[in-house]
Design a protein around this ligand. Structure first.
Ligand code: FMN
Length: 277
């Protein structure tokens, strides 16, 4: 049976994110999936200590709810993540969970053998105050090895106000159902608009000069034509930041390699550190 993990990132209970997450979960259950819903804003999740123990010892030094959450991420076929937008991007617990995803590089090969998918849901007060909500939520799903199936961007400032939008509630329900169909290979993923990153759906880009652009989230590079459409070559898309190949390269050629340089530099750093201690 397809397993869906639903994460809510708001401490309002029941807030708009929770209501939409519950509706999407009901849709997934209707499609035959087993769904487990957790509120990550109420779990004990510490900030990353930056020790890189996850990469070098295969174990995070923290003793908190992340062990349990990682088990659930690994077991799930699908992810629904629903978060409020606070100060222009998803509430901070989303970033805390993302920061702890470094060690997922150890599992990417295994996960890429399975068909998995994610639905991200954002709730903001106002559309023009939500510049990168969906973009960041999609990165969280990708960082735990879930390709993006679709996303839902919604707007409702007051607690529970989303319930006044019958069409939005219905959309959440249907997308939850369709996520299961996607995982079971019965439905395709959302087709990106011409102005979106074809890899992660971002609509924000770095301007590199001469029409060249880079997606600042998944790091693929291409050009923007005079109509504002994004073109990224297939071979670059196939090597975006979250592909298993790129993640393993990031781990081996960057993280592990920088350790050697650091160990070499350690005596000099120690000497210069003296006056700050
Ligand atoms: C601290 C705080 C910061 C917020 N910042 C934004 C913002 O930057 N942009 C926006 O559109 N809405 C913002 N909002 C509105 C919330 O996104 C909105 O109330 C949403 O419904 C919250 O979802 P919830 O009920 O699931 O918590 C903010 C709300 C709070 C409490």
């Amino acid at each position: 049976m397809t397993k869906i993990l639903t994460l809510v990132a708001s401490r309002r209970s029941p807030g708009n994110s929770e209501l939409l997450a519950r509706e999407a979960s009901a849709g997934a259950e209707q499609a035959g999936a087993h769904v487990e819903l957790l509120n990550i804003a109420k779990l004990n999740i510490s900030p990353c200590e930056g020790c890189l123990g996850c990469v070098f010892r295969g174990k995070c030094a923290e003793q908190d709810d992340m062990d349990m959450l990682v088990e659930k991420f690994l077991a799930a076929d699908g992810l629904i993540v629903s978060a409020p937008i606070y100060l222009l991007s998803p509430a901070s617990v989303v970033k805390k969970v993302m920061d702890r995803a470094l060690m997922m590089a150890l599992y990417v090969d295994e996960l890429s053998q399975r068909r998995r998918g994610a639905l991200s849901i954002s709730v903001a007060g106002k559309a023009d105050w939500n510049p990168i909500g969906m973009e960041v939520l999609n990165q969280m799903a990708l960082s735990y090895g879930f390709p993006i199936f679709n996303y839902l961007e919604t707007y409702a400032p007051g607690p529970g106000e989303i319930l006044l939008q019958d069409d939005t509630i219905e959309k959440a329900h249907n997308l939850g159902h369709d996520l299961v169909d996607f995982i079971e290979d019965k439905k395709p993923a959302r087709i990106p608009e011409p102005n979106q990153c074809p890899s992660c759906y971002s609509r924000s880009f770095r301007l590199l000069g001469n029409n060249r652009i880079q997606c600042p989230f998944c790091l693929v590079e291409g050009i923007m034509d005079s109509q504002g459409a994004i073109h990224i070559p297939e071979e670059i898309l196939n090597d975006s930041f979250w592909t298993p190949k790129h993640r393993k390269r990031h781990l081996e050629d960057w993280i592990k390699a920088t350790r050697g340089v650091f160990l070499k530099n350690r005596p000099a750093i120690k000497e210069k550190l003296e006056k700050y201690l």
